[in-house]
Each structure stands twice: as C-alpha cells, then as structure tokens.
Design a protein around this ligand. Sequence first.
Ligand SMILES: N[C@@H](CCC(=O)N[C@@H](CS)C(=O)NCC(=O)O)C(=O)O
Length: 234
Amino acid sequence: MSDLSAFPITKRWPAQHPDRLQLYSLPTPNGVKVSIMLEEIGLPYETHLVDIGKNESWTPEFLSLNPNGKIPAMIDPDGPGGKPLPLFESGAILLYLAEKTGKFLPTDPARRYETIQWVFFQMAAIGPMFGQVGFFHKFAGREYEDKRPLERYVNESKRLLGVLESHLAGRQWIMDDEYTIADIATLGWVRNLIGFYGAGDLVDYASLKNVPAWLERGLARPAVQRGLDIPQRP
Ligand SMILES: N[C@@H](CCC(=O)N[C@@H](CS)C(=O)NCC(=O)O)C(=O)O
C-alpha cells in the first residue's frame, strides 16, 4: 500500500486509493488533456476536483504540489524507481504518462521529437493565445473599452489555427496516421475556443476544413468524450 501522507495536498484532498495515480484537476482545456490521456491509456487513477472558481488552487495544500497555483497536477505513487512522483504542467504530465506506458508517443526518435514539438506548440502558443481570447471575449476583459488586446489575441489565434489547418492537410492526426499526445494536448483547446468561449466567428472557424474534420475525429473517440467530463463538476 503506497503512503502519500508526506504530500500535504492529501490532507485537503485525501486519497481513497493511494496505490492509484492521483489527479488534481477540473475539466478545463488544460485539465482535460490529462483526463483524456488517462482514459486513453487505461491506467487506474483517482480524481480530486480542485475548484478554481473558489481559488482552491491557491490554497497552501495545492501550492505544495504546484507552486504555480494551476490545475492539472498529479502524484504517481508508482513513479520512477517505484517512488511517488509529483508533477505539474499538463505537457510534462502527458510526456510522463506516454513514456510510462509506451502509448501515444512514437518510438522512432525523429517522430518522437516531432510529436514533442507539436506538444510544445500547443503549450507555448495555442493554450496561452486562445486563453487570452477567452479572457478578452468571454470573461472580465470583455468589459475593457480598449479592444486592441482582443484584436491582437484573435489575430494570433487565427494565425495559429492556420498553422494547424495547413499541417493537417492530408493528415488524419497531427502525426499522420498516429494519434498522439500532440492531438490530446490540442483537441480540448480548439473545442473550447469555438464552444465555451464562443469565438468561432471571431477566428473565422467556418473558413477552415482540416481542423474541424480533425476535431470531429478526436471528439468521436470514447476516451475523449469521457475525459472531457473528468473530474465531474458538482
Ligand atoms: N501551463 C499550465 C497552465 C495551467 C492553467 O492555466 N490552468 C488553469 C485552468 S485551465 C488554472 O488552473 N487556473 C486557475 C487560476 O489561475 O486561478 C498547464 O498546461 O498545466
């Protein structure tokens, strides 16, 4: 039986099954990357809902696991060397889980780096830019009189979607026929931009062909559908 008592986060979010991977999350575009991945690989895990609307990610217990105060974060009781491994940053978690299970990351070295490149593209560009569109179009920034920030993030998001659109021409997935962590990282963000953020018109989503077809393929996967709702909001 694993002992996770050394991790202060388990005081606020106790582990019922300390032998299972512990996921601290919420179904946001960053959170669902990990829940989709966990559903895809079928590793047993336990979820803990961290309500960011109530600032729970800024509590001392959560900050002890992720000093950056953001979901998702995890503890794998069976990490490298059989020791518990705490981890934050969704991209790092995806890479870790892919390497742990040998799934959704090509083994060929060149293709492996290419996949990681697209994961970084999501982490460094798609996520932050789409997130700013959310802030300035849907959330508090909507009230700002100066529309230049919104314009800038919309234009940048449009450009990034264009990069994906060109890359996906003639491809089923970001890595050709192989569904990988690059797709898992990116699907939830595109879905959110045109869904929850309601920014489809702003970024002229209707003019795209390859991205919507890829998104539809991704959303048709049962593990993606399940992962999008984990942990379930109350
Ligand atoms: N780069 C981080 C970003 C995580 C992130 O921004 N999480 C958001 C939810 S999608 C969050 O926890 N926000 C809470 C807050 O800032 O108060 C990752 O990919 O893990």
